[in-house]
Design a protein around this ligand. Structure first.
Ligand code: CTP
Ligand code: MG
Length: 229
C-alpha cells in the first residue's frame, strides 16, 4: 500500500521509456521478452515487493501507459502509484516521474528497467548510507579492462584505472537533493542522476554494485541476463 503522509516514505522511480535502439527490436526495450515475461515485469515486481520501497512511479514510452497499468495489475504490483509518459532522454523521463513523487517522500531511488535483476541486497546498500549525511549513493564495479584515452584512432594515454569505477542503478538520493538536481527547466542529457547531483556539489557515496545488474543494451546482453533468471 502507498503509505501517504509517512515521513520516512521511500519512493522508487523506474525508468523504462527508452526505445532500445541498440537492441533493435520492434517494441520498446522494456516490452521485449525476458524469459516468459516482458523485461519490465522483472524490475517492476522486484521493486514492488521490496521491503525498502513504499511506492513506485514508472516512466514508459508514449502509447505504452495502458499496457504498463495492465502489467502492474497482472503482477498485483500494489505500490505502483503512477505511470507517466517518459521524455526524449533518460533525464527527462526521470524528471517526468519525479513530478509524481509527493512532497512527503524523503528518499527517492532511481532504477533502469534495462537492469532487470535488482534485489533487496543492493537496495539496502544504497539506502543505508543516506542516514550518514550523503546526498546520494550509487552502486559501482571496478573496471576489468585496461583503459586508454584515444584521439582519432591513436592512443594518447593509458589511464590509471585503480580509482575508476563503472556505475549502475539503483541509485538512492535524498528527495531534496534529487529535486534540486532536476529543478531547472533546462533540458538535461545526463546518463545518470548522480552526475546532476554532483554538478551541484552534492556528496555521492559509492557502494558495491552487482555484476547481475548488467544493463541490457544488445541482444547478447538480453540472452545473458535471461540465462541468470
Ligand atoms: N530511458 C528512459 N527514457 C529515455 C531513454 C532511456 O526512461 N528517453 C531509460 C531506458 O528505458 C532504460 C534506462 O533509461 O531503462 C537506460 O537507458 P538505455 O539502456 O540507453 O535504454 P534505451 O535508451 O532504451 O536504449 P538505446 O540507447 O539503445 O536506445
Ligand atoms: Mg539510451
Amino acid at each position: 500500500m502507498v503509505n501517504e503522509g509517512n515521513e520516512s516514505t521511500t519512493w522508487a522511480i523506474l525508468v523504462a521509456a527508452g526505445s532500445g535502439e541498440r537492441l533493435g527490436s520492434e517494441r520498446p526495450k522494456a516490452f521485449v521478452a525476458l524469459g516468459e515475461r516482458v523485461l519490465l515485469a522483472e524490475s517492476l515486481e522486484r521493486l514492488d515487493t521490496s521491503e525498502w520501497i513504499d511506492a513506485v512511479v514508472v516512466a514508459v514510452p508514449a502509447d505504452w501507459e495502458d499496457a504498463t497499468i495492465a502489467l502492474a495489475e497482472e503482477l498485483v504490483a500494489s505500490k505502483v502509484a503512477a505511470v507517466v509518459t517518459g521524455g526524449a532522454t533518460r533525464a527527462e523521463s526521470v524528471r517526468a516521474a519525479l513530478a509524481q513523487v509527493p512532497d512527503e517522500a524523503l528518499v527517492v531511488i532511481v532504477h533502469d528497467a534495462a537492469r532487470p535483476l535488482v534485489d533487496d541486497a543492493v537496495i539496502e546498500r544504497v539506502i543505508l548510507p543516506l542516514g550518514e549525511g550523503y546526498d546520494g549513493v550509487v552502486p559501482a564495479l571496478p573496471l576489468a579492462d585496461t583503459v586508454k584515452r584515444v584521439e582519432r584512432g591513436l592512443v594518447v594515454e593509458t589511464v590509471d584505472r585503480s580509482d575508476l569505477v563503472t556505475v549502475q542503478t539503483p541509485q538512492a538520493f535524498t528527495a531534496s537533493a534529487l529535486r534540486a538536481a532536476y529543478a531547472s527547466e533546462e533540458p538535461v542529457a545526463a546518463t545518470d542522476c548522480a552526475s546532476l547531483v554532483e554538478a551541484r556539489g552534492g556528496r555521492i557515496r559509492v557502494v558495491e554494485g552487482d555484476v547481475r545488474l548488467l544493463k541490457i543494451t544488445t541482444g547478447a546482453d538480453l540472452a545473458l541476463v535471461a540465462s541468470w533468471l
